[in-house]
Design a protein around this ligand. Structure first.
Ligand code: NDP
Ligand code: 8X3
Length: 250
């Protein structure tokens, strides 16, 4: 069994890579930070008897995606699971004040990157008439919130792509799922607030947020369903979160 995890250098991707390795999957890890990829590879190999490959590239670059994918030996391109996880919120600014570059970055990463990788992997999965794709969506794909604008739009679009892929890939026996988490403490908010640790911390104040392992457990649940079961979406939030904006902070 093989799984490819995009954005495996941090957060959900890293935790899911460890979890999939624990389940016996050989894993392909992707991300831009080579040192983090090497660390993840070492960590997994030291804990589990599985094989690991790393691919260091920027998922916004379609050519780089293709090159990285083609650099894998043919048997490594037959992945059973694709976890489309790489993504970010590049800002939390009102639509009129935000930088257009930040909007482009989110569209290029969260949407185009997911599409580039899926197109490559799906071609192989079609040959095997088997496969599972899990897309990382968000509660932001269900409800828009102030200053969420384009980030929410990308996650709404991820939901549309997930549904479309599920329909179009049905004849090939490829299952397509999504996970829609609420507030989870990873590097996500640090990235969103451009390294401002105080602002990032404040997102989770008075709240016991989700942690990356909660999402990794959800990935494990999806991949371990029997062959006849397809999960469409799992939405999970911290116990103190009822909607994208409603929190019961202590
Ligand atoms: P992290 O910031 O901890 O991890 C993001 C990962 O995406 C990193 O491994 C990063 O790798 C990778 N990535 C980002 N941009 C690129 C790029 N241009 N090319 C390649 N890889 C890239 O965040 P999370 O783990 O929290 O987020 C993972 C996914 O979950 C995202 O899609 C996010 O939108 C979604 N999500 C997050 C929630 C949260 O509250 N944390 C809630 C709901 C959904 P590197 O920097 O090395 O390239
Ligand atoms: C990340 C969760 O609520 O900040 O997707 O959009 S939220």
């Amino acid at each position: 069994m093989k799984a490819l995890i995009t954005g495996a250098t941090s957060g959900f991707g890293y935790a899911s890579a460890l979890k999939l390795a624990e389940l016996g999957y050989d894993v392909v890890l992707t991300g831009r930070r080579a040192t983090r990829l090497a660390h993840a590879e070492n960590e997994i190999k030291s804990r589990y008897a599985v094989d690991v490959r790393t691919l260091c590239f920027d998922i916004r670059d379609g050519q780089a995606c293709k090159q990285a994918w083609n650099s894998l030996p043919p048997d490594w391109r037959q992945v059973d699971v694709l976890l489309n996880n790489a993504g970010l919120a590049a800002c939390a600014d009102p639509f009129d004040k935000a930088d257009t570059e930040d909007f482009e970055c989110m569209i290029d990463t969260n949407l185009k990157g997911l599409i580039y990788m899926s197109k490559l992997v799906v071609e192989e999965m079609k040959q095997c008439r088997n496969g599972l794709i899990i897309n990382l969506s968000s509660i932001a794909g269900v409800e828009v919130y102030p200053n969420g604008n384009v980030y929410c739009a990308t996650k709404h679009a991820v939901n549309a792509i997930t549904k479309g892929m599920r329909m179009d890939l049905l004849p090939y026996g490829i299952k397509v799922s999504s996970i829609s988490p609420g507030a989870a403490e990873t590097e996500f908010s640090l990235v969103r607030y451009k390294g401002d640790e105080a602002k990032a911390k404040a997102v989770y104040a008075g709240l016991e947020p989700l942690v990356a392992e909660d999402i990794a457990d959800t990935v494990a649940f999806i991949v371990t369903r029997p062959a006849h079961v397809m999960i469409h979406d799992i939405l999970l939030t911290p116990a103190r979160q009822a909607s994208s904006m409603l929190f019961n902070r202590n």
